[in-house]
Design a protein. Structure first.
Length: 233
């Protein structure tokens, strides 16, 4: 037992796997966002991304780690390697800046893969490697219950939150108008020229024939005057 406590701690390697009901792209988006790590576990009480690569993914970050049981309260500058095509996120100490009184080295790696015959699910694997500087802290870490299982459980909540965020964003995004093939305008038949019937020509009414007035013969006229004169007398 004495030999155990004074022997140099060895590298501890832990791993766990979990299938989540979210797409691999959603899982990658959640786990590659190191600024959200502080919301996943109390072990990391502050997290920030300091630089990004050309693809907008984290390249370097700072994790403020605290664990009273291990007398741990430190800021860990780290390097981040994100590979979208392989769906992997690897976090290691920044060689020139990392200083810890408790941990000599560590590695945290997420590997995401699609579930066969189900594009709506993803399999997440967590590999955790840590080497402590002293045997006391190493032995305390050894008796912690299901370290990687608890970490996986906490970080699964980040994937769920990312899925909710994506769904809400999709609802707010206006749907693009569907493009329909423009059908040619129906041809309107040319208006037919309907011949207008000419009204029948009105025949001019024949002129009323002038009835010639026969003149009264002078003899009769004289007789009439004579008879008229007698009546007057």
């Amino acid at each position: 037992m004495t030999d155990y406590f004074f022997s140099a701690p060895s590298l501890r390697q832990l791993s766990t796997t979990k299938v989540v009901p979210y797409t691999p792209s959603t899982a990658f988006a959640a786990l590659s966002d190191l600024s959200s790590y502080e919301r996943a576990t109390s072990l990391i009480y502050r997290s920030s991304v300091t630089t990004k690569d050309s693809n907008g993914l984290p390249k370097t970050a700072k994790l403020n780690v605290g664990y009273p049981a291990l007398s741990l309260n430190e800021e860990w500058p780290c390097q981040v390697k994100c590979d979208r095509s392989k769906r992997t996120i690897e976090i290691i100490p920044a060689a020139s800046e990392f200083q810890s009184s408790v941990v000599e080295s560590y590695l945290m790696k997420w590997s995401i893969s699609p579930v066969a015959n189900d594009k709506g699910q993803a399999e997440i694997m967590l590999n955790l490697e840590v080497k402590f500087k002293g045997p006391v802290v190493d032995s305390m870490f050894a008796v912690l219950p299901d370290v990687v299982g608890r970490i996986m459980y906490r970080f699964s909540a980040l994937v769920e939150a990312q899925d909710k965020k994506e769904r809400e964003g999709a609802k707010k995004k206006p749907m693009p108008a569907k493009k329909t093939a423009s059908s040619p305008a129906p041809k309107v038949p040319a208006a037919k020229t309907v011949p207008v019937a000419k009204p029948p020509a009105v025949k001019a009414s024949p002129e009323v024939a002038t009835i010639p007035v026969k003149r009264v013969p002078k003899k009769l006229e004289a007789r009439g005057q004579a008879s008229g004169g007698k009546q007057a007398s």
